[in-house]
Each structure stands twice: as C-alpha cells, then as structure tokens.
Design a protein around this ligand. Structure first.
Ligand code: GLN
Length: 489
C-alpha cells in the first residue's frame, strides 16, 4: 500500500517506514504535502496559517537526525495543529479577531512534545472561534469545506484539522474536544479522531474553553497512527494541575490482539430522535461486523441520564467559558480597541469587536448561569446531574469493556444549513457530549458512506481504557478497510 500512493496520501506509519528505510526524505515528503496544500487549500480552507519555510527547515533537521540514527515514529513527518494550541513564534488565533495577531512566547506542552519527537509543523488549522461550534462556520476568518463534498461542512470545532487530514494537507493533526470537537469532524471527514481520558494529555498551552471538559487528541488516517500520536503526547505534566499521574502504556502493543469475547454494549439512548436512517443502517452493519469478529454485542444497554447531557453541557461549558474568556480585556494581550474614552469603554469595545456572535452568546449564557441567585438552580444542579451521567457509565463498564454508538446523528450538512438555529447546531454533538461530561475516552472511526458522504462510529471506554478502544477500532478497521478510501478532490 505504502509506495503505491502519492506522498501526501501516506499514513504516519507508512511515512515512517519510508523515511526510516531512506526511500524518501523528510524534505521530499514535506514538500509534497506543501504542494498539496497549494493545490487544494484554496477550495478546502483548512489552514489559518501555513508556515512552509519553517516546516522545510524542520524537515532538513529531521533528515539530518535520521541520518544520525533517530528512529522515532514522528521524526520528519509533517502535521498540523489546531489553532488553539500555542506555538512559540507562530501566530495562534483561535480563529478569533481577538487573537488574530497573537504570537505566543511559549509552546503548548503538546507542541513541545511533538517538536522534541522531531515532528514537522506545517501550520495551524481553522476552527470555530474559541472552539465553540460544530461546523467551523464560526471561524472569524472563513469556513472550512468538507473534502468529500465542498458544499458541506467538515464538522467542528476542529474542522480545519479534520479536513486537512482527509484532503492530504497534513499526515495527521491534533485537535481539541470539549463536547465532540475531535470526534464529530473526524466522523464528517471520514478520518479517525480520538478524545483521550480527561487528564491523559496536558492542557498546558491549549487556549482554555471549558477547562473541566477540554482534552487534546489526534486526528489521523487510521487507528495505528492514532496510537502512535497518543504515545507521543500522553503522560503527566506538572504544568497542568489536572494532568493525571499515570504512566501510559505503549498504545500500539494492544492493537492487534483481536476482540474475541470482548463485551460490547450499545446504549439505546444514542439512537436519538432525528437520527438519519443511513446512520442507523451503518451502525447496524458495524455491530454485525463486530459480532462476526467474535465480540459479544448487547443492544439493550441503558444510560438513562443521557437525555440530560446536552442541557448539562450547555450550563457547564458556557459557565467555564465565561470565566476563561474574562481575560480578553484588551490589556494583557490580543486585540485592544484604541478609540475609547476610558477604561470601561475600552474593554467594552475590545470585547464587542474581538468576539463573534456565538462566543458572545456563550459568555452571556455562562454569566447568567453563574450569577448570584441562579448559581444553585443552574450550575450546581448541572454538576449534580453530571455525577449521575458519570455513574451511568461506571455502571455500564462493570458489564461491558466498551460501548459503541454513532458519532454524529447526521452525515455532513450543507454550509449555512444550521447557522440560523443554534439549537440545531448544538444537537450535532448529542452523541459525543456525554463522554466529555464523564471524562472517559472515545474514538470515532470511519464506518461507511451514504452517497459519498462519510459516517463515523464511536467506541467509548473506561477511564484510561484507551487500549480497549484501540483494539476494537483496529479490529473493525482491518476487517472493513474504510480507512483506505481518500476524498476525491
Ligand atoms: N460543538 C460543541 C460546542 O460548540 C463542542 C465544541 C468542542 O468540543 N470544542 O460547544
């Protein structure tokens, strides 16, 4: 497979094999992917910033390192970071006017980890402003288009990373997931997206949205790549107080051990009202495939508090966002309105111009939910229901090794379709949000197509149960081969 593909279509593990055996150089590979960006990004719009020159320099360094014996799996392979992860010396915008000119003086933990693993940074991926959205249409700059159908959305908020990987504009990418922002775009773009257990990957240098929910993870062309990237970014970081004291295993080890006897539960609450028929059909076929592979599938699992998950999320996430976004006052960094009469006027004008409509909506929702007199009724109540949702999962995982559900209730929708109705947009994440509320890991893998549009399946696991979900995902992927298809751009 590896050599018969154009370089920009390679997976990370194929690229690694070719680099290590000196069949290609990192400069050659990086140039090929940059040429691909030149050729298609005018239509896809996955990148906010391309740093081609720096990438080629890093590729040269990687080639020298490989020549001197470096054999890390990420060395010399070009990738993209979502534009909410700090990159020293390279603009980090969060796709917001507020940070349009912001050049961080430091690297995020994940940036540093990838750099020291010899990765080549191509640039920064477009997103919904401050990661609020499900279509990348909330970017203050421009929307990203789905490589499988340019009139449709790539999902969000990591739409740039999802589209870039699907279009061959990056070998892999990192995204962030607060309520589905890695998995939903992975599903809509036909790639693999992993949201790790809360605390497994450091949030240091990730621009905060909902701090108790945010988690960084890989978007990749297949499951092996996902495990390789997680290996590189997982592990304790003293700079993030929520980072888990946990020594991660080598995630590639368990991949091929098969799923004979694995107990799989299918929560019935995820087959929600309004779910598209094609999605249900794809799920049904996927479950039969998992049974064929030797798993025991129970279709009658119940997670009764799932129905409150969206409501709980839209209290907790905006509350945390309203607190996190208070720092954008035009004084410390970011955009600063100059035409003001006094301090308050300056702050108001800065925030009025700097934030887009969805961000303002979240700040208002969150400020309201946290305000005196409403705190108990909203925020505190939401925290209590959060516990009930988490307990549903704990109970289910006493009986099942993994849970399987659709990732998104729909195939990619048309640009503009949901922009006038925020609640319709919020419903896009109905299947992904409970996972963030409970803090558990979950992966979305390609599971089929409807009229050329990708459909993903989600595999959820116990806290720090990434190995079981990788095993399941890998067995399914190898038996079906959906991951071998590339968008016909
Ligand atoms: N779409 C959800 C939201 O707008 C989730 C976003 C995310 O995971 N960052 O809040």
């Amino acid at each position: 497979m590896a050599t018969s593909r154009p370089l920009h279509e390679l997976t990370l593990h194929d690229a690694r094999d070719l680099l290590q055996t000196r069949q290609i150089s990192s400069v050659e590979l990086t140039r090929a992917v940059l040429e691909r960006v030149d050729a298609v990004d005018e239509r896809v719009k996955a990148y906010v910033t391309v740093s081609g020159e720096a990438a080629l320099k890093q590729a040269g360094d990687a080639d020298r390192a490989i020549g001197a014996g470096a054999s890390g799996p990420l060395t010399g392979v070009p990738m993209m970071l979502k534009d909410n992860m700090c990159t020293r010396g390279l603009r980090t915008t969060c796709s917001s006017r507020m940070l349009e000119q912001f050049v961080p003086p430091y690297d995020a933990h994940v940036t540093e980890r990838l750099r020291s693993a010899g990765a080549v940074l191509l640039g920064k991926g477009n997103m919904d402003e401050f990661a609020m959205g499900s279509s990348t249409e909330n970017s203050a700059f421009f929307p990203t288009h789905n490589p499988w159908d340019l009139e449709r959305v790539p999902g969000g908020s990591s739409g740039g990373p999802g589209a870039a990987v699907a279009a061959g504009e990056a070998v892999y990418a990192l995204g962030s997931d607060t309520g589905g922002s890695i998995r939903q775009p992975a599903s809509l773009c036909g790639v693999v997206g992993l949201k790790p257990t809360y605390g497994l990957v450091s949030r240091y240098g990730l621009v905060a949205f909902g701090s108790s929910l945010d988690q960084i993870g890989p978007l990749t062309k297949d499951v092996t790549d996902s495990a390789l990237v997680l290996n590189a970014i997982a592990g304790h970081d003293p700079k993030d107080s929520t980072s888990a004291r946990y020594a991660p295993p080598d995630y590639t080890k368990a991949l091929a051990s098969g799923i004979k006897g694995l107990r799989i539960g299918v929560p019935k609450e995820y087959l929600v009202e309004g779910i598209q028929e094609e999605v249900v059909e794809v799920m049904e076929r996927a479950l039969s495939k998992l049974e064929e592979l030797g798993a025991q599938v129970d279709r009658e699992v119940s997670l009764p508090h799932t129905r409150y998950a969206l409501a709980v999320y839209y209290i907790i996430a905006p509350s945390e966002a309203s607190a996190n976004l208070a720092r954008y006052d035009g004084v410390k960094y970011g955009y600063s309105a100059q035409d003001a009469d006094d301090m308050w006027d300056a702050m108001e004008k800065t925030r009025q111009y700097g934030f887009g409509p969805e961000v303002k909506r979240r700040i208002m929702l969150g400020t309201y939910a946290l305000s005196a007199g409403y705190y108990d009724a909203y925020y505190l109540k939401a925290q209590k229901v959060r516990t009930l949702i988490r307990r549903d999962f704990e109970k289910a995982f006493e009986k099942y090794d993994v849970l399987v559900a659709p990732t998104s209730p729909t195939v990619p929708f048309k640009l503009g379709d949901k922009m006038s109705d925020p609640v319709q947009m919020y419903l896009s994440d109905i299947c992904t949000i409970p996972v963030n509320i409970a803090g558990i890991p979950s992966i979305s893998v390609p599971a089929g197509f409807s009229f050329g549009l990708p459909i993903g399946m989600q595999i959820m696991g116990r806290p720090f149960g990434e190995e079981a979900i990788f095993r399941t995902a890998y067995a399914y992927e190898q038996a079906t081969g959906w991951h071998n298809l590339r968008a016909p751009l």
